[in-house]
Design a protein around this ligand. Structure first.
Ligand code: ARG
Length: 258
């Protein structure tokens, strides 16, 4: 996900004291440079799912992920969850299994919006949960993470959680770019973010994009959904816009308990 060569270039630029990129600030740059591999405990609600996606713990027994990461709505014991660790092979990992899944009703495929799903676990995990953003975000830097590929051409997933800071790309700019690739964005349901130096990639889907809440706590604003390649010039990553779906997700979480 975090592309190492590009990161090195970014490091050099930042050390030379030049803006890494329009719109990025010092804190954001430090996030990427200082935090290629997430330290244990930094994102305690970030989880890995066995089908090769990411997710977040939004309740002790509920994981939020992308709609395209699951098969649909219904009983399911096929998803294994690894939680509480940066390193998936760590003996401190907590594990659980899915019992039930609810996928967004309107889901067709990731490019058409509605790309979210909630998974009920067979047991509560003793870990912090992350809050979902209420308000839409328009601009700024946000943190993305996952155990996915660190390069577009890589065939490997990572053993350790990687994170990066990405700038939001305005809807119009993103829509214009993807129009060239014959994909129509759904602006109310999607957020675009990323640059040629930082992006998510295959295997990061379902994982979070987070920002800081009013009290400095992490708040989830997006779900990794799709992109044309990874970190390609002009083609940012596309994320599910959580503020749009918060009520529907809360409702689905309630129905998961029934
Ligand atoms: N669809 C991918 C997955 O299933 C996520 C791709 C994100 N791509 C990007 N360029 N941000 O893991």
């Amino acid at each position: 996900m975090v592309r190492k060569a590009a990161l090195l270039a970014l490091t050099v630029v930042v050390l030379l004291g030049q803006p890494a990129e329009a719109g990025s600030d010092r804190r954001a740059a430090r996030d990427v440079i200082g935090g290629l591999v997430a330290p244990q405990g930094m994102f305690p609600w970030a989880v890995r799912l066995s089908m090769g996606c990411g997710g977040t713990l939004i309740e002790p027994r509920v994981v939020l992920t992308a709609g395209h990461c699951v098969d649909g709505t219904g009983q399911s014991d096929s998803i294994r969850v690894t939680a509480g660790v940066t390193d998936l092979k760590s003996r401190r990992a907590q594990t659980a299994r899915s019992v039930r899944v609810i996928r967004a009703e309107g889901f067709i495929d990731e490019t058409r919006g509605d790309d979210w799903a909630v998974v009920r676990l067979d047991r509560p995990l003793r870990l912090p949960t992350v809050a979902l953003a209420k308000d839409a975000i328009g601009a700024g830097q946000f943190v993305v993470m996952g155990w996915g590929q660190t390069r577009e051409a890589s065939i490997e997933q990572e053993e350790r959680l990687h994170y990066a800071s990405v700038p939001i790309v305005p809807d119009e700019k993103c829509a214009a770019a993807y129009q060239k690739a014959a994909v129509a964005l759904v602006p109310d349901e999607q957020l675009c973010a990323g640059s040629t130096t930082a992006d998510t990639c295959q295997g990061d889907s379902g994982g979070p994009m987070v920002g800081h809440g009013r009290h400095g706590e992490w708040v989830q604003v997006g779900i990794v959904s799709w992109g044309l390649g990874c970190a390609r010039d002009g083609f940012p990553g596309v994320y599910t816009q959580l503020s749009t779906f918060r009520p529907a997700i809360k409702d689905a979480v309630r129905r998961l308990r029934l």
